[in-house]
Design a protein. Structure first.
Length: 579
């Protein structure tokens, strides 16, 4: 026996179709249709027929083994045998976070294959794994941001039990799990939600079409759909946190914003389950209210990605000035990001043609993620170039040092730790020829506006674009890759060993720099991180006593003189003052 229910307020008749048998459902006053079906068995396929039409997948389907257009399949979450009963979570939002795309992390591209590589992450020193979206999306390959069955882990990755095995394995090795979720839009292919109810609104417009209806008629049930989804990933799949994609495209004029309601419900679940749960937001608004506690008038999200730090560091290390990087490129901006989080905190942005952002006040650095790479900043380049394609081996070390000694939560993108040579491109697998063509052509037009040659852009629909984006684990045996991996391990060990480096207090952060000489010295308590971004020897003045001991250096130990230290070209050295 199974209980079926679906919200379809505009339908006159709803039937659940189980093994080709149509069963009438009863409607309540809020538009929910329900029925008990004694003839249904575990793992049966089913769908919902609206007003006599063909059966559609369940909007809350937990399992779509036949893809976005196929029937849904019953799933009993209680049947999985978890082994993480003693797990109590990680300190939000984790100390070292490793971003992973399941499909390209290994050759097999599955949850089980990714789990087999977890010892690498433990040896690296990661504290949590952040998985790009896994909700059912079209075809067998994709980034996951065009998901349409938001409750169902993707079939090609291993489905619901595959995700559970992965999370269980992570917890068994002391790793937290953060899942990327998308609540600002759904993909176009296989998106049947609009047939069931007012899930979308033309009141706002997004890059992907109509916005999700979070504040119009019928929005109470729509909000519940997304909030229940979030809570399900945390409760049914034991995830520790969620990274909420592009919250600047979540439009809501309600008195209680969707993010505020979501954070309150996550806190309630945290108290109920007795383990740590948290939220991380992606936003380009530079608005600290997102991560300000609810009692102080904010939304109560635990942390947010900080693109300004990335943009400033990337532009300085690569010389890239295309697109939004036109607003960045100076040593001063890296220094400001380290001190103030946002470079544009009310300052005028030439790229935007207006003022942008606001100051973060006294919020700690641990409310923000810092990184030199992530899936967006790599994959949204024409050729999917990583930092390893854009800067020297020496500057990769400098960038890693600043990320891993910053006051922020460090984020590493898969393969970054060894300078992976494989690109990470944008790839899709749409079955609709017109949609596939539109995606490919749209991608080329987008890159042409950045000045890239559209003819050189890999076709997202070509399976080879996906295959060439897979990590090459054999590179770990090559000297330069092995050297960079060891550098990351040393930095992570140092961060963990030195209290000043994992203290998120920004009032204890001091940064000195010289724009002309292209050096920067980050001071955190007794620790000084001295960086030379130039291709020549530079002399960096040091405070008395601060350069007493070299903890880590990317080159031969620098020559210290009274009151200064000489740094070799494109190098970083970390000092500790005398105690």
């Amino acid at each position: 026996m199974a209980q079926f229910e679906v919200w379809a307020p505009n339908a006159q008749r709803v039937e659940v179709v189980v093994r080709s048998e149509r069963i009438e459902m009863a409607r309540d006053e809020r538009g929910w249709w329900r029925v008990e079906a004694p003839q249904a068995h575990p793992a049966d396929y089913y769908g919902f027929s609206l007003d006599g039409g063909d059966p559609l997948p369940d909007p809350r389907s937990a399992w779509q083994p036949l893809g976005v257009h196929g029937s849904s399949r019953l799933l009993d979450h209680s049947s999985f045998d978890w082994t993480d009963g003693e797990w109590r979570g990680v300190a939000p939002p984790g100390d070292i976070v490793y971003e992973m795309h399941v499909g390209t992390f290994t050759d097999q591209g599955t949850f089980d294959a990714a789990a087999a590589k977890l010892d690498h992450l433990v040896d690296l020193g990661a504290g949590a794994v952040e998985i790009m979206p896994v909700a059912e999306f079209p075809g067998d390959r994709g980034w996951g941001y065009d998901g349409v069955d938001l409750y169902a882990p993707h079939h090609s990755y291993g489905g619901p039990d595959g995700l559970k095995r992965f999370v269980d394995a992570c917890h068994g090795r002391g790793l937290g799990v953060i899942l990327d979720v998308v609540y600002n839009h759904l993909g176009p292919d296989g998106n049947y939600l609009g047939r069931f109810g007012p899930y979308f609104s033309d009141k706002y417009s997004t890059l992907w079409g109509d916005a999700v209806n979070l504040d119009g008629p019928g929005s109470d049930e729509v909000r519940s759909f997304f909030i229940d989804n979030a809570l399900g990933w945390l409760e049914d799949y034991h995830c520790d946190g969620l990274r909420v994609d592009a919250v600047h495209a979540i439009f809501d004029q309600s008195a209680v914003h969707f993010l505020e309601e979501l954070s309150a419900r996550v806190d309630e679940l945290k108290n109920s389950l007795g383990r740590t749960l948290f939220l991380v937001a992606e936003s380009d608004l530079n608005d600290p209210r997102i991560v300000t506690p609810r009692e102080a008038g904010g939304y109560g999200v635990n942390a947010a990605w900080s693109d300004d730090f990335h943009h400033a560091l990337h532009a300085l290390l690569t010389g890239d000035r295309s697109g939004y990087y036109a607003d960045f490129g100076s040593v001063e901006q890296v220094a400001k990001a380290l001190r103030s989080v946002y470079v544009y905190d009310g300052a005028f942005s030439g790229h935007r043609g207006r003022r942008h952002g606001r100051p973060v006040g006294d919020l700690p650095g641990t409310r923000f993620f810092g990184y030199v790479q992530n899936h967006d900043q790599v994959g949204n380049r024409a050729l999917g170039e990583r930092s390893s394609h854009l800067m020297s081996h020496e500057l990769l070390k400098v960038g890693a040092a600043l990320v891993l000694t910053s006051p922020f939560v460090p984020l590493l993108f898969q393969g970054e730790e060894w300078g992976a040579s494989t690109p990470f491109c944008y790839f899709t697998d749409h079955s609709d020829p017109q949609l596939a063509h539109a995606v490919s052509e749209g991608r080329r037009r987008e890159f042409a506006s950045f000045g890239w040659d559209p003819a050189a852009v890999p076709d997202p629909q070509d399976p080879e674009t996906f295959n060439m984006s897979k990590l090459n684990w054999n590179e770990l045996d090559e000297p330069l890759h092995a050297e960079l991996l060891e550098w990351h391990k040393q930095l992570i060990r140092l961060r963990r060993a030195e209290p000043a480096l994992h203290d998120g207090r920004r009032d204890l952060v001091n940064v000195r720099f010289d724009e002309a000489e292209r050096w920067l010295a980050l001071e955190r308590g007794p620790i000084t991180v001295a960086c030379n971004f130039s291709d020549r020897l530079v002399s960096v003045p040091m405070h008395a006593g601060r350069a007493a001991q070299v903890l880590l250096t990317s080159v031969e130990p620098p020559e210290a003189r009274a009151g200064s230290v000489d740094l070799g070209p494109e190098s970083v050295t970390i000092f500790s003052a005398e105690s």
